[in-house]
Unconditional design. Structure first.
Length: 349
C-alpha cells in the first residue's frame, strides 16, 4: 500500500508518495487548476494500491479531497497539528518546504490508523454552510451595531440604549439636530450603518427560513429536544456530519468539547474543563442547555440537582451540557438507523 501525502495551497498542491516502509517513491507539484486531479491520478497510476492523505481536507484541501473521493479514491484527513509535529520530530529542526510538509502528512497517515476518512459531501454540507453563514451575519451585525452605538454616542448625550435596533436608532437620529459639519458627517455615517443593520436583519430572517427548510428536508428529529431550534439543529447536524464516525457517546462528547479532561497526578484524581473540540457544536449545546435551565424538564432537574450538590452555576451548566451531548448523540444515531431502515424497505419493494 502506497500512501500519498498532500500539502495543499491556494495556488498549488505538492504530493509525496511513501512506500509501506516509509521510503520516498516520488514527488510532484501541480498547479491548483482544472487539470490538477487528472495530473495527480496519472502520476499515481503506477501504484494501484494507494491511499491519499490530505492536510486539512475540511479546509484548504477540501476541493481536492472531494474531487478525489468522487473519483473513487480513498482519502484521509490529516490534522495540521499532527503533520507539523511529525515534521519537527522527524527532522529536529524548523526547516520547512512543501515537499517536507507533504512527506510529514504521509508519515502521519502511515502511523495513525484512526484518521478520519473523507466522504463525499451530502445534505449536511448544506446545513453547515447555512450555519456558518449565520455565524458570519451575526458577527457582522454585532460589529455594525457597535459602530452605530459609537456614532450615536458622539451625537446624542448618553448615546443609545443597549438593546439597539435599526428602528430605534433611526428614531433617535431623527431627533438630533447637527450643530456643525462634523456632526452632519457623523449623522450621514449613522444613516449608512442603519441601512447596513436592516440589510443584515433581512439576511438573518432569510437564513432562518432556509435553515428550517434544510432541517425539515434532512428528516432529523433533533428539534424534538427542548432548547434545540431549527437554527441550532442546522449547526449540530452540519458540524456533526456522519454520526457513525463516532464510536460512542463519549467519543462524540469529546469531539464537542463537553467531556471533562482528566488531569490527574500521583494519587490525586481530578478533571478540568476541556478547551478542545468543535467550538461551534459546543456553543450549540451551551445555548440549548441554557434554554433547558429556564424551563421545567429533565435538563432543569439535572441542573438544580448539581446546584444542590454545591456546584457553581458554571459547573452545573457544564454537567448539563455533557448530558445533553449524550442525548443529541442518541437522537442522531436513532435517526440514522431509521433512515437506513426506510432505505432498506424501499429497496426491497
Amino acid at each position: 500500500m502506497v500512501t500519498i501525502g498532500i500539502d495543499p495551497h491556494k495556488a498549488s498542491h505538492t504530493a509525496v508518495a511513501l512506500g509501506a516502509d516509509g521510503e520516498v517513491l516520488g514527488e510532484l507539484c501541480v498547479p491548483a487548476d482544472a487539470a490538477m486531479l487528472r495530473r495527480l491520478r496519472r502520476w499515481a497510476a503506477g501504484w494501484p494500491e494507494r491511499v491519499w492523505a490530505i492536510e486539512g481536507a475540511a479546509g484548504l484541501g477540501r476541493l481536492l479531497a472531494q474531487k478525489l473521493v468522487i473519483a473513487g479514491e480513498r482519502v484521509l484527513d490529516v490534522p495540521s497539528k499532527l503533520s507539523s509535529r511529525a515534521r519537527v520530530l522527524a527532522r529536529g529542526h524548523g526547516r520547512k518546504t512543501d515537499g517536507i510538509d507533504a512527506q510529514s502528512v504521509a508519515v502521519v497517515a502511515l502511523r495513525h490508523r484512526d484518521l478520519l476518512e473523507v466522504t463525499a459531501d451530502d445534505h449536511t454540507a448544506i446545513l453547515r454552510l447555512l450555519s456558518d453563514r449565520r455565524d458570519e451575519l451575526t458577527g457582522e451585525r454585532r460589529r455594525t451595531v457597535n459602530r452605530l452605538h459609537r456614532a450615536l454616542r458622539d451625537l446624542h448625550p448618553g448615546g443609545a440604549a443597549r438593546q439597539l435596533t435599526a428602528d430605534r436608532a433611526a428614531q433617535l437620529l431623527r431627533s438630533i439636530r447637527p450643530a456643525n459639519a462634523i456632526d452632519q458627517e457623523r449623522q450621514a455615517i449613522a444613516r449608512q450603518l442603519i441601512i447596513d443593520v436592516r440589510r443584515i436583519d433581512r439576511a438573518l430572517v432569510e437564513n432562518r427560513r432556509r435553515c428550517q427548510q434544510a432541517v425539515a428536508a434532512s428528516g432529523s428529529s433533533l428539534t424534538e429536544i427542548l432548547g434545540i431550534s431549527d437554527v441550532l439543529a442546522a449547526k449540530i447536524l452540519g458540524h456533526s456530519g456522519d454520526i457513525t464516525r463516532f464510536a460512542s457517546a463519549d467519543h462524540y462528547a469529546s469531539y464537542t468539547g463537553t467531556a471533562p479532561v482528566e488531569a490527574s497526578s500521583g494519587e490525586r484524581t481530578r478533571h478540568r474543563l476541556s478547551r478542545a473540540g468543535n467550538r461551534s457544536l459546543n456553543h450549540a449545546l451551551h445555548m440549548a442547555a441554557r434554554v433547558q435551565t429556564m424551563h421545567p424538564g429533565a435538563g432543569r432537574t439535572h441542573y438544580q440537582r448539581k446546584r444542590a450538590e454545591h456546584k457553581t452555576s458554571r459547573e452545573a451548566l457544564r454537567s448539563l451540557k455533557r448530558q445533553l451531548a449524550k442525548v443529541v448523540y442518541r437522537q442522531l444515531r436513532n435517526d440514522h438507523h431509521r433512515f437506513q431502515t426506510i432505505s432498506l424497505s424501499t429497496d426491497l419493494t
